[in-house]
Design a protein around this ligand. Structure first.
Ligand code: C5P
Length: 284
């Protein structure tokens, strides 16, 4: 199985860029430079995009996979911008499995995977300033349970949370992040409540989560009203304990008591909405 550390493939590495899920995301302030201060509990799925990163004479990117059609592979692609932060040229083959502009990390997760692969192949440390590539790149470098603060650069690992059985759903409407922040009306919200004491059980974590929010949900729904339908569909699925949007949308997640319940809910939602991307996942 491909991991976030990577598996050797010839002279290169096959490496996982797992889906990022913001279980809660509070926008606590707007800064003078237009960016927003966040407070978010972020977990990761065991699945995501797959990348093969191989040392090469110059940087190159090839995109394929079930969600790769039409994605730009030019110099502006975050994978190539990430590679250019190092002096270790690589050829990247991106097998795109996650929907793009979806609130699941996507391009940031791919860029982080390229940087992790280069660090391992070259033996050099990760470059500084990766948040300049995208606010989610630092948390995707860690790809483990993390509390994100500041604009995404202040990270505290969170230990002792139970793994959560989830269903991820994307309705197929790409939602760009800047307009969602622009549509946010109330800009100064309280931070997350103090995290539950860990190790904690699933019921405690879900009760805590139910008291938190994603402050980007309401503005994202004004841009893509289908998000409200996705949340309602997840919430109405059998055994769903909590349904919420991730990141700036349009992907949402539902939480379930165990893997069997999440797989059963995913099958039901897929049957009702064959046009949606529906993925059972364990978040940790
Ligand atoms: O850094 P990233 O490219 O993901 O951010 C995209 C846009 O989202 C930024 O240009 C900004 O408008 C908004 N943003 C923000 N505050 C953050 C992260 C992103 O306002 N913490």
């Amino acid at each position: 199985m491909t991991t976030i550390e990577g598996t050797p493939r010839g002279a290169g590495l096959e490496i996982l860029a797992p889906a990022k899920v913001n279980l809660a995301l509070h926008v606590t302030a707007r800064r003078a430079d237009g960016y927003h201060e966040l407070d978010s509990l972020t977990l990761f799925a065991e699945s995501g995009d797959l990348l093969t990163v191989t040392p090469a004479a110059e940087n190159a990117l090839e995109i394929g996979g079930p969600r790769g059609a039409g994605l730009p592979a030019g110099d502006d692609n975050l994978c190539l911008r990430a590679a250019r932060m190092t002096d270790f040229p690589v050829s990247v083959r991106l097998d795109k499995r996650l929907p793009a502009e979806a609130g699941l990390g996507g391009g940031s997760a791919d860029a982080a995977a390229v940087l992790r692969a280069i660090a391992r192949l070259s033996g050099s440390p990760l470059p500084a300033g990766t948040e300049r590539l995208g606010a989610d790149v630092p948390v995707c470098l860690a790809s483990r349970a993390t509390r994100m603060q500041g604009i995404g650069e202040r990270l505290s690992p969170v230990h002792g949370l139970p793994p959560l059985a989830a269903v991820l759903v994307n309705p197929g409407v790409p939602v760009a992040t800047p307009p969602v922040f622009k549509a946010l009306v109330c800009r100064d919200n309280p931070p997350l409540e103090a995290l539950p004491e860990t190790p904690c059980d699933t019921a405690t974590l879900i009760a805590w989560l139910a008291r938190q929010r994603n402050d980007l949900e309401a503005p994202a729904i004004t841009i893509a009203p289908v998000i409200a339908t996705v949340i309602d569909t997840l919430a109405a699925s059998p055994a769903c304990q909590l349904a919420r949007m991730s990141g700036s949308g349009a992907s949402c997640f539902g939480l379930y008591p165990d893997r069997a319940a999440s797989e059963a809910a995913a099958a039901k939602i897929s049957a009702k909405h064959p046009e949606w991307w529906v993925k059972p996942a364990i978040l940790r």
